[in-house]
Design a protein around this ligand. Structure first.
Ligand code: PGA
Length: 260
């Protein structure tokens, strides 16, 4: 693990570079279980998408049912998909995270993007986060355009849970989860940057060459809405776990941890 001197205030972000996505899953699962063992994990913020799949599998394997009392909070949900659609994030969180970990559906919170009134749904999601005492550990992925959650470029540091338009690049990146790009929703309900920054700890996962430029921008340039992940430089407890390909554009590249 290495402290990384980010542009803003450094050395706030820490980074661990591992060989590949399988090693990333092992390292991330270990970190989550350590936080739990330290009694500092009751609400786990979960990211969806391709990157964290190995993390959830490792977590299931290593936790042996110990995490069934956790509450899960999702980052975002597509607008315009029924919650039980196979590509919805509600389905992802229930099927790929909660069920394998033995967490009952009643302990899972996902923004209700099916609601008629999205402003009210956003406010009630934020209230639910507060009622549960906030997120102890937030897992994040990073988009190839630097988004976190569905906070696309242009998202400000103080943004809250809200309805957003998806960037064309995001819709193209996510088309692989749908029959065709025309089926990818154009809007989502997402936690804001300000909401995400309230998590006590953040674990940012980045895998693959496609993420290399966004990760370097997030860690090395002045925080700005051009790369929403760069706002994470303002959080005091961020660990980035990146595989070699995702770390390949960092100017000050840490050595690979071959033990992970
Ligand atoms: P991915 O998505 O893990 O499927 O690449 C990451 C993200 O868009 O946050």
């Amino acid at each position: 693990m290495k402290l990384y001197y980010t542009h803003e205030k450094g050395p706030h972000m820490q980074i661990e570079v591992v060989a590949d996505n399988a090693a990333l899953g092992r390292a991330a699962a270990e970190r989550i279980l350590q936080t739990y063992a330290d009694r500092e994990l009751q609400v786990l913020g979960v990211a969806t998408g391709g990157t964290p799949a190995t993390t959830y599998r490792e977590l299931t394997k290593r936790s042996e049912g110990r995490l069934s009392t956790l509450r899960l909070a999702a980052l975002d949900e597509y607008v315009g998909l029924p919650a039980d659609h196979p590509a919805s994030y509600t389905t992802f969180v229930l099927e790929q995270i909660a069920k394998p970990l033995g967490i009952p559906a009643g302990q899972v919170g996902v923004p209700r993007a099916e609601a008629h009134d999205l402003v009210a749904a956003a406010a009630s999601f934020e209230q639910q986060l507060r009622d549960n005492g906030g997120v102890d550990l937030q897992i994040l992925g990073i988009g190839s355009n630097g988004h976190i959650g569905f906070n696309e470029p242009g998202s400000q540091a103080d943004s809250r849970t809200r309805a957003v338009k998806l960037a064309d690049r995001t819709r193209r990146d996510n088309a692989r989860f749908f029959d065709s790009i025309d089926d990818v929703p154009r809007e989502a309900l997402t936690q804001g940057i300000g909401t995400i920054l309230e998590a006590r700890r953040i674990l940012l996962l980045a895998s693959g060459e496609r993420k290399a430029a966004a990760l370097a921008h997030a860690m090395e340039q002045a925080p700005s809405a051009d790369c929403p992940a760069s706002w994470l430089q303002r959080h005091p407890d961020v660990l980035v776990i990146a595989d070699e390909a995702a770390a390949s554009a960092l100017s000050n590249r840490p050595e690979i941890n071959t033990e992970a």
